[in-house]
Ligand binder design. Sequence first.
Ligand code: PLP
Length: 225
Amino acid sequence: MIADKLAETRARIDAAARAAGRDPASVRLVAVSKTHPASAIREAYAAGQRDFGESYAQELRDKAEELADLADLRFHFIGHLQTNKAKYVAKAASYVHSVDGAELARELDKRARAAGRPVLPILLEVNAGLEAQKGGAPAAEVPALVALVRSLPGLELRGLMTMPPFGDPAAAKRVFAELVRLRDSLGGAAALPELSMGMSDDLEIAVAAGATMVRIGTAIFGARE
Ligand SMILES: *Cc1c(COP(=O)(O)O)cnc(C)c1O
């Protein structure tokens, strides 16, 4: 069941990439497992999936413990992160997509170094459209955040993430294009190789716009409670 949904989702990504003249291998599928049990992650892992997205710090911590035997599994933290929970994420995540401010960046840097891990790859979450988006730093603050993160030895800046208003494909297209423009103004793909954008409903739009990571939950694991 999960294996079928994963294969269908991968096929959607590959078709969208080909339609855009892109290499399908240039788009990484992050299977968003938040609120689903560790057993669902095991099922997806058995089908070959390695990248998983989580949105809640304690849930990530608990699942990372439960799944510690799966050594090459990678957790991507994609949710809003409070500074006082950064320690769980700095320890358990392979990527953090949702860094949205200076205080959080400094705390993650400190915690990543304290955990004795190699650098923690992060993306800056941008409120690219200034529409009814939930999270992210305003685009105007991003250049200063880029400079800050590059000065922090525990973090490695990999790119940008955004989340458009839900259920509005026209707005999604606008917001994704805005994120690409912002990335271009900051040195392009050479400086910021990753663009995390696209969810179950808008992954084709995101891949057409240049996404390198899509975050897909519902289409793989079904509806959340
Ligand atoms: C939950 C979540 C997703 C997955 O959304 P679906 O619509 O279930 O694919 C992607 N990104 C973020 C930031 C999320 O919180």
